[in-house]
Structures are given as structure tokens and as C-alpha cells.
Design a protein around this ligand. Structure first.
Ligand code: KG4
Ligand code: ZN
Length: 350
């Protein structure tokens, strides 16, 4: 079965074709980063309008790349939430329109479930159960994943997300948006420790995070200062080290407390090289293994939505296009723990 995946929850238009037999056939992404850069963050209305412009041309592009035509599509999966309401509506309307015309199911996918399952697209893929560290611009969560749809929250951020901490610190330092890649780039030339930033809640004993204090500490460090290149690099290195220290320490604690041996890292911050290297070496010392999506599938993309949609379809989720062809909603706020396993369940993804 061929599933078309559509991701429009924020500032990236992502589409992909996933074949349940052959795997990922094609995917394409258009990033709006340059358009939002002047504003220092995503402007929701501009994001929605740009998704309208990009979505169908990108879909035609991946169909052509895979030598398929629309009638070859057996289901259309789209991000139903969480995300920006207007941006989500673009993907949801396109998906339902296509599904209605093709008389195939439309499957609403939870964006974070897409991220969470994206490491299963990689080779080797982790087996269930595992601990997932989900770190994006809007979320920082540790989850226990027993199978598709069976997610237990172990800990989460009490305020800012890890990606948000990167983005806000970068903004305070006068760097561009998104801040994570910028800080990571500058940090390569800097030394942590010249500036001293806190590692919030690292010894709290639970699996929750808090990153808003870090942002305040960065504000204190930069206030009244003119940062030269060396200072910016050193501060970037310290911001990155502080965030990575906390994420690594809590992830290892989550493995210990849940008695699991596999850790899966997903979401945009999972692209961070220092996080990957530190987690891999700390985990290996204790006999744990860590799994990551390919770098291109860490940040938002259509492949993870097509894949999550295919898994749910495979396991008996009928989709809602046939039952209610043009009635749909989006869920800008949607708790991952509300999801339930598909009927029939499953213990291995592929
Ligand atoms: O998952 P994602 O693409 O979108 C959301 O669903 O939020 O994550 C975006 C976040 C941004 O905060 C961005 O700064 C961060 O991921 N990010 C990084 C890196 N690449 C993206 N943070 C640290 N290091 C990176 N290399
Ligand atoms: Zn995301």
C-alpha cells in the first residue's frame, strides 16, 4: 500500500510517499526558514499561505520521482496536530480533498507520534519497548514506548522546550533563527566553561526538565555586553553543553528507572551532534543502545507522517475519509498520551 504523507504543522512543508512493501519511495521538503528569518520566529499567517503555495507542487514532484500517479495512492496521512491551527488546516484540507477525490482513507497523524516513530525508518530500527527522548522546538518529553500508540509519559519540561531554549538563547545573543543549528555551528569554535550557566533540575531526582532559567542566565550574561566572535562562540558552547548535559543525564536516568535498554532520540534537537555523541558514549558505557533517525528526518518532514500513517493503516485504522468524507478537524493542542494503540496492536513495526 502506498501512503502519501503531508506535514504542515509549522514552517516546513513536507511530503512523502511510503510503500508498506518497499519502504520510503520519495520525500521532499520546503523550509520557510528564510521567509521567517526577518521576524526572528515563525509568523503563523505567512506560514499557512506558504504551505498553500508549496504543497501541491511538492506532491507532484514526489509522484513524478517515484514514477507514480495520484490513483496509485492508497491512503493520505496528514498532521492533524499539534501545531499552528492555520498551517495544520492547509495540510488537513488538502489531504481530505485528495482522499475524497481518490476514494481512499485520510489518516490524521499526531505530529509527535511521527517524530517518535521516525527512528524506525532507519536501519537498524529499534525494537519495542524503548525510552524515547522527544526534543523539538515545542516539546521536551521522555516517553516509554511499548508499541505503536502505547505511550507513557515519564517526564517533560515544566516550561520551555529544549529547542526553545536554543532558539531563545540564540535570539538573546543576536543570532539568527532557528537558534539550535546556529548555536551548534558557533559552539564548534568555542570552549564551554568561560561562561557558567546552570544545568536546571539536573539533580531533581525526577525526569522533568526546566529550561527557562537557562534563558534568564543567558540574558544576564549578555546584558550590557558587546559580544565579539570569541565570546559568542564560548557562550554558544556553554549553552549547548548545559542543554546537552541535562538531556543526557535525564535520558540515562529514564533508562535506569524504567529498566529498559534502548533509547530513541527524536525531534529537531536530536540533530545536535554533541547530544548524539555524548548520549551514544554515555549509554554504551552502561550497555544501553541509542537510535536516531537519519539527520534529515530529525526535523519536521513528510516521511515520518507517511510512515506513522502507514503503521496505523496497516493495523486496522480505517481512516476517516470514507465515514465522513469532508468533515475533519485539526488539533493545535493535542496530548500524545491521549493516543491509543491501533486495533489489533503490534509488537514490531515492520
Ligand atoms: O522537530 P522540529 O523540526 O520542529 C518542531 O516540531 O518544533 O524542531 C525544531 C527545533 C528548533 O528549536 C531548532 O532550533 C532545533 O530543533 N534544532 C537544533 C538543531 N537543529 C534543529 N537544536 C540544536 N542543534 C541542532 N543541530
Ligand atoms: Zn516537529
Amino acid at each position: 500500500m502506498v501512503v502519501l504523507g503531508i506535514e504542515t504543522s509549522c514552517d516546513e512543508t513536507g511530503v512523502a510517499l511510503y510503500d508498506t512493501e518497499k519502504g520510503l519511495l520519495a520525500h521532499a521538503l520546503y523550509s520557510q526558514v528564510a521567509m521567517h528569518a526577518d521576524y526572528g520566529g515563525v509568523v503563523p499567517e505567512l506560514a499557512s499561505r506558504d504551505h498553500v503555495r508549496r504543497l501541491l507542487p511538492l506532491t507532484r514532484q514526489i509522484l513524478a520521482q517515484s514514477g507514480l500517479a495520484l490513483p496509485d495512492v492508497d491512503a493520505v496521512a496528514y498532521t492533524e496536530g499539534p501545531g499552528l491551527a492555520g498551517a495544520l488546516l492547509v495540510g488537513a484540507s488538502a489531504a481530505h480533498g485528495l482522499a475524497y477525490a481518490l476514494e481512499v482513507p485520510a489518516i490524521g497523524v499526531h505530529h509527535l507520534e511521527g517524530h517518535l516513530l521516525s527512528p524506525l525508518l532507519a536501519d537498524p530500527a529499534p525494537e519495542f519497548p524503548f525510552v524515547a527522548l522527544l526534543v523539538s522546538g515545542g516539546h521536551s518529553q521522555l516517553m516509554r514506548v511499548d508499541r505503536v500508540g502505547d505511550y507513557t509519559l515519564l517526564g517533560e519540561t515544566l516550561d520551555d522546550a529544549a529547542g526553545e531554549a536554543f532558539d531563545k538563547s540564540a535570539k538573546l545573543m543576536g543570532l539568527g533563527y532557528p537558534g539550535g543549528p546556529e548555536i551548534a555551528r558557533l559552539a564548534a569554535a568555542g570552549t564551554p566553561g568561560r561562561y557558567k550557566l546552570p544545568r536546571p533540575m539536573i539533580n531533581s531526582g525526577d525526569l522533568n526538565f526546566s529550561f527557562s532559567g537557562l534563558k534568564t542566565a543567558v540574558l544576564t550574561a549578555v546584558r550590557g555586553q558587546t559580544l565579539d566572535d570569541a565570546a559568542r562562540a564560548d557562550l554558544s558552547a556553554e549553552v549547548q553543553a548545559a542543554i546537552v548535559d541535562v538531556l543526557v543525564s535525564k535520558s540515562i536516568a529514564a533508562l535506569e528507572q524504567s529498566d529498559l535498554t534502548r533509547l530513541v532520540v527524536a525531534g529537531g534537537v536530536g540533530a545536535n551532534r554533541l547530544l548524539r555523541d555524548t548520549l551514544t558514549s554515555r549509554a554504551a558505557r552502561r550497555g544501553y543502545s541509542v537510535y536516531y533517525p537519519d539527520l534529515e528526518f530529525c526535523t519536521d518532514n513528510g516521511a515520518m507522517i507517511a510512515f506513522a500513517g502507514a503503521l496505523r493503516l496497516d493495523q486496522g485504522v480505517a481512516g476517516n475519509a470514507k465515514a465522513e468524507p469532508l468533515g475533519f478537524c485539526v488539533r493545535p493542542r493535542w496530548d500524545l498520551a491521549e493516543l491509543s494503540p491501533p486495533v489489533g496492536g503490534l509488537s514490531s513495526a515492520r
